[in-house]
Design a protein around this ligand. Structure first.
Ligand code: CUA
Length: 333
């Protein structure tokens, strides 16, 4: 309780995945409500414990008046009734205050209904996040996975939905939980004011790999955000070294193309993440593994060993082919 009080009282003291370290106006409001409820309930708890202590001390057994009287005098009875009624009145009042505070908070963070300057479509999948940035030209649409870049200091509207079961989008430093439901679009507006990599996590049990369904909110200054968008909208150049050229052949002649897209090649399936710029991402497997050649190779070879139940099948292949494939994928930046 003391640790939590310190976390709440010291602003900015917290991790990159914590409601107690808000970096945007929505999360800030949520944190204020949390602090109010924490201090009210904390004070009630302390006062109750003090009252219990006083009562135990007063009614401790004293040798002379043992056994204690079974009947309380009427005057004491009246006092007790008044005390209980008073405590009930205070409890109702405090509950009412907390209810009004939560109502004001949810109203405030939900009221941004106008057009936000940036729009992002987020699709929950078992067990990864598909992220699309709609563009006026369809062939320039930015599609990525498990990483959501946003500019700082600007409203961003998220259109959230799911392709299979119910997921919940939760980046606690930036906003509260928002359910992603199949067949329904849940719109909400977020804003981050501090640059950083803020970790998010699916917050609704969605199957055996629910715990391995995380993502990164990458908040960056506007110019950096724009150059990222520009790079992502482009089609990567054809592979330039013999190794990456062979890697591309491996990709196109194996089952990879049944599920993945790489723009500029014939691979155009959308079952799994779009790999057009996979080399530019921090993590693979929805935040489960760092994106480096050795982890990527293990993932391609047998994803079932790392995340049992994912839709990615094992892909046994000779070591040389695997190395070249991984070199090709990592070159897609
Ligand atoms: Cu998706 Cu839990």
């Amino acid at each position: 309780m003391i640790a939590l009080a310190i976390l709440i009282a010291v602003p900015g003291f917290g991790s990159n995945q914590s409601s107690l370290n808000p970096v945007g106006p929505m999360a800030q409001r949520i944190e204020h409500t949390l602090a109010l409820i924490f201090f009210i309930t904390g004070a009630v708890y302390l006062l109750t414990m003090i009252a219990v202590g006083i009562s135990v001390w007063r009614n401790r057994l004293v040798r002379d008046d043992f056994p204690p009287p079974l009947q309380t005098p009427p005057e004491q009875d009246r006092k007790a009734v008044t005390a209980v009624a008073g405590a009930m009145g205070v409890s109702v009042l405090l509950l009412f205050i907390m209810m009004v505070a939560s109502f004001i908070t949810s109203h405030a963070i939900g009221k941004e209904n106008g057009r936000a300057p940036f729009e992002v479509d987020v699709y929950g999948h078992q067990w990864w996040w598909e992220v699309q940035y709609p563009q006026p030209e369809a062939d320039k649409m930015v599609v990525t996975a498990n990483e959501i870049h946003i500019p700082i200091g600007s409203l961003v509207r998220i259109h959230g939905t799911s392709t299979d079961v119910i997921h919940s989008f939760w980046a606690p430093n930036i906003h509260g939980k928002r359910d992603l439901l199949p067949g329904y679009e849940n719109d909400f507006v977020i804003q981050a004011d501090q640059p950083g990599r803020w970790r998010g996590q699916c917050a609704e049990f969605c199957g055996p790999q629910h715990a391995h369904m995380s993502f990164l909110m990458i908040a960056e200054p506007m110019d950096k955000f724009h150059s990222w968008m520009e790079a992502q909208a482009g089609t990567p150049p054809p592979p330039s070294t013999p190794q990456t050229q062979h890697g591309q052949q491996v990709f196109l002649s194996h089952a990879c193309i049944m599920c993945h897209t790489i723009r500029g090649t014939v691979a155009g399936s959308r079952v799994g993440p779009d790999l057009t710029h996979v080399g530019s991402r921090d993590t693979i497997a929805s935040g489960t593994l760092p994106n480096d050649p050795s982890h990527l190779a293990k993932w391609v070879l047998n994803a079932q060993q790392i995340k049992p139940g994912v839709r990615m099948p094992p892909n046994p292949m000779p070591q040389q082919e695997l190395n070249d494939l991984v070199a090709y994928l990592e070159s897609l930046r």
